[in-house]
Design a protein around this ligand. Structure first.
Ligand code: ADA
Length: 807
């Protein structure tokens, strides 16, 4: 009998209910077979690094938590240098009222950072070396009817034998940072379903899959496999033999398959049953996407026979307030926003990510570069080599069936900043890299391997990205075409990963520094010691305006180059890093297109204007509403939009219609020169989609002719937010009370009484230390009680303290 997914889903939910019911309430269900139940809730956490389970068990100061959890959720991005790199314990009482003999019980951890030991009822049952990837622990022998004490020791202590290197530009968050499941399996069960699609064309496709059969007696067993379409209709079904605990499934001539691509991510389901005389003993399934791809030699990338420009960005797995311990909702939201912006490719930097991410990429139509976390640190000792190779195997084995994945990356800047003596020796690195590359191909001949910024290994892998940071770490963005032209000739499969630069939300300037005359315009390679070369990263002001221009220039080039594989912007979202204490938001890498909560900066709209499907118009900039300039001085206004035509109005008067042309810089020609009135100005942009449809964006700008003088004081004001918190804003003002638009110094917020500041969020309104943006900075404050006044202070070296009381 073949289940349709809908029925399957209902059956699974019923099963799940039965399982939860039986686990939590003691109901007996003797038919219990395969089930998977999430056990994220009701854990306890002990911040104690003891190695002895007995010591942990004696402790009474456990804190109630739910998973996912990281003890570095806030301490990584607080203002104190360093973050807790140590061990902690997690505990859960798992009630299993009815243990069915012969059944297998296991825990599935989606990812525990970065080393772990798992105990059940005091007995060590498993563990894992390396975070960012899932692992199973068989607990069958250790459990008993009733309550079972699960204890997990989790350790993110500095350990150079476990990748990634701590010299990487991101935090290695400690904790059980992903979901945990209790799985039960029948005594005869299926595992390791690996699906390939060796032949795919528009008219025909073939499936080859293998599944492991776990049984002590296979004599009467068969495997029944069925291919279901998106509606759950079976389009192929067959019985297959088992030999050597393995069954090979093969469906030839799947006629007119609905292909998986970025616009139509069509998915099928391969459902596999273990049967004995028509009795289903176990069933597993996974999804299949039919697609093929090619990196043409010295040419473009092709998906399903059609040229596709890879429009990419990078994702780090972390978020304000929770660090790496993101909920599935937050994971999904990241990917939906990336898709909404119009990207079709995402590099998972610099480690494999939550299962929710691959699921989202399969469903949304995002191609994936999946990465082994060999990030910096060079080559390590034998233990390091073993751990690293194991991890590559685990990544490929676990993520194998996702049609979205096209590349297995072996690492990033692997030679750099060695953690072991002689670890940067290129000959030794190449021997090991070749070993990894061959292994990746052996495990998965259907995909390509890749690496970024390790030139000596460019010939070893299939796809290579050199380092090009035109206009940021080196040179001018205007040299981008030159850079890609050079590498197009040099590397047969060249994909450009990482470009961009930092921007501080709300910082704007009438004249962004371009570095012209100050920097060597032709450079593009990131210098190892940044202070050795003049570059915008060092001399620039991190304004949103500059970064908008940089991206606009890059996109104009890539969108108009017919032989380019594509590029991958660094990085989608601002993220925490131990390497950048001095940044405008301390410990934040601010190269994101959105802030650490996912709020778009201007640069997001530049990308959306080139790539996005839903019509929109965005006047640059909604975070630049206070401007200044002498009377008579004209200003340029850009509108980022994907509409074919946009008309701009100033104070009700049309400034004309402009046609969008991606060959024109900036803003694809949607750029107007105008003169603001002194005081309030109203801008309106109307994007025309067709004769009847349009999109509108409006913006109020306060413009003044008077230039502010030197800052004389900080002034505080507040507004009540929808969530009941207060947004307290500090403004630097001159002697006349004018806001000092050029004031960019750091300010320090403190809530003195009546509430608490939402600090350590790594966001523009959630950092107690932050650089001003155009003479302004804000902090969100939570009030404890309406009966007591709230007192907030802001200060820095120049101004010794300004106080605000909210009664
Ligand atoms: C490197 C590195 C990234 C990131 C980036 C940056 O290229 O690969 O991890 O840190 O630099 O922001 O400078």
């Amino acid at each position: 009998m073949i289940f349709k997914p809908v029925i399957l889903k209902i059956a699974f939910l019923l099963f799940l209910n039965a399982m939860v019911f039986s686990c939590e309430s003691g109901n007996k269900n003797s038919n219990l077979q395969r089930a998977k139940v999430n056990i994220n809730n009701d854990w306890q956490y002990l911040e104690n690094n003891t190695e002895h389970i007995g010591d942990a068990q004696k402790e009474t100061h456990w804190k109630k938590i739910n998973l996912p959890h990281s003890w570095n959720a806030l301490d990584a991005t607080d203002i104190t240098p360093g973050y807790r790199r140590s061990a902690s314990w997690y505990k859960k009482d798992l009630n299993i009222p009815n243990i069915i003999s012969g059944q297998i019980y296991q825990l599935y951890f989606e990812g525990v950072n970065i080393e772990s030991e798992v105990y059940v009822n005091g007995e060590k049952v498993g563990g894992h070396t390396g975070g960012y990837i899932g692992f199973l622990v068989d607990i069958t022998k250790a459990i008993s009817t009733g309550n079972n004490e699960i204890l997990v020791r989790v350790d993110n202590t500095y350990n150079p034998e476990v990748i990634p290197s701590q010299k990487s530009d991101f935090f290695i968050f400690g904790g059980i940072t992903r979901d945990v499941w209790l799985e039960t399996l029948p005594s005869d069960y299926l595992s390791n379903l690996k699906i390939t699609t060796p032949k795919v064309s528009n008219s025909n496709a073939e499936i080859q899959a293998t599944v492991v059969v776990n049984s002590s007696n296979i004599s009467n067993l068969k495997v029944k496999a069925s291919l279901l379409d998106a509606d759950g209709t079976s389009i192929k079904s067959s019985l297959f033999d088992i030999s050597d605990s393995m069954s090979e499934i093969n469906f030839k001539s799947i006629v007119n398959p609905k292909l998986w691509d970025i616009d139509h991510p069509n998915l099928y389901t391969l459902a596999v049953q273990l049967v004995e005389d028509n009795i289903v003993k176990d069933e597993i399934s996974d999804r299949v996407g039919f697609r093929w791809f090619e990196f043409k030699d010295y040419g473009a990338f092709y998906l399903n026979g059609k040229r596709l420009l890879l429009r990419g960005t990078h994702r780090h797995e972390e978020h304000a307030g929770v660090g790496a311990a993101m909920s599935n909702k937050q994971h999904r939201a990241d990917m939906e926003l990336i898709k909404d912006m119009g990207a079709n490719f995402v590099r998972l930097a610099h480690y494999p990510q939550d299962p929710e991410i691959y699921k989202a990429c399969d469903e949304l139509g995002l191609l994936v570069w999946d990465e082994l976390p060999w990030c910096r640190g060079g080559l390590g000792n034998d233990a390091w080599k073993l751990n690293t190779k194991n991890m590559l195997e685990e990544i490929i084995e676990q993520n194998y069936n996702h049609p979205s994945i096209i590349l297995w990356s072996l690492g990033n800047e692997i030679y750099w900043l060695p953690d072991f003596e002689n670890g940067d020796n290129r000959e030794n690195i190449n021997v090991y890299l070749k070993e990894l590359n061959d292994y990746a191909h052996k495990l998965d001949p259907s995909r390509k391997t890749a690496i970024r910024k390790y030139y000596e290994g460019a010939d070893i892998v299939d796809v290579f990205s050199p380092s090009i940071w035109s206009g940021w770490y080196s040179g001018s963005y205007k040299s981008y075409q030159k850079a890609i032209d050079q590498y197009k000739k040099e590397y047969p499969h060249f994909l450009h990963a990482e470009y961009g630069g930092s921007s501080h939300l709300g910082r704007h300037t009438e004249n962004p520094i371009t570095g012209e005359g100050k920097i060597q315009s032709d450079g593009w390679e990131e210098a190892i010691v940044q202070t050795d070369v003049a570059n915008i990263a060092q001399i620039g002001d991190w304004s949103e305006n500059y970064i908008v221009d940089l991206f606009d220039w890059h996109l104009r080039i890539s969108e108009n180059d017919s032989t380019f594989v594509g590029n991958v912007q660094w990085a989608f979202k601002d993220f925490g890093t131990p390497l950048r204490p001095e940044n405008a938001i301390p410990y934040m890498n601010q190269k994101g297109l959105v802030d650490r909560t996912g709020k778009p900066k201007d640069a997001f709209y530049v990308f959306k204007s080139y790539w996005g499907k839903d019509p929109f118009a965005y006047i640059e900039s909604h975070t630049w509403t206070e401007r200044q300039g002498p009377k008579g001085k004209s200003r340029d206004i850009s509108v980022y939009s994907n509409c074919p035509e946009v008309e701009l109005f100033l104070n009700g008067k049309s400034l004309g219609v402009k046609r969008r042309d991606t060959k024109i810089f900036p803003a694809s020609g949607l750029n107007w020169t105008l003169n603001f009135n002194e005081g309030e100005n109203n801008l309106k942009a109307i994007g025309k989609i067709s004769n009847s449809k349009e999109v509108i964006d409006s913006l109020k700008i306060n413009y003044r002719y008077a230039k502010n003088e030197k800052a004389r004081a900080l002034k505080l004001s507040y507004k009540l937010l929808n969530n009941g918190n207060y947004l307290v804003t500090a403004k630097a003002i001159d002697a006349k009370g004018l806001r000092c638009l050029d004031y960019e110094e750091r300010v320090y917020f403190q809530c003195l009484n009546g509430g608490e500041a939402l600090i350590s969020q790594g966001t523009p309104t959630g950092s107690e230390i932050i650089e001003m943006a155009n003479g302004q900075a804000s902090i969100e404050i939570k009030r404890h009680s309406k009966d007591k006044p709230l007192q907030v202070m802001v200060l820095n070296q120049n101004f010794k303290g300004t106080y605000l009381t909210i009664n």
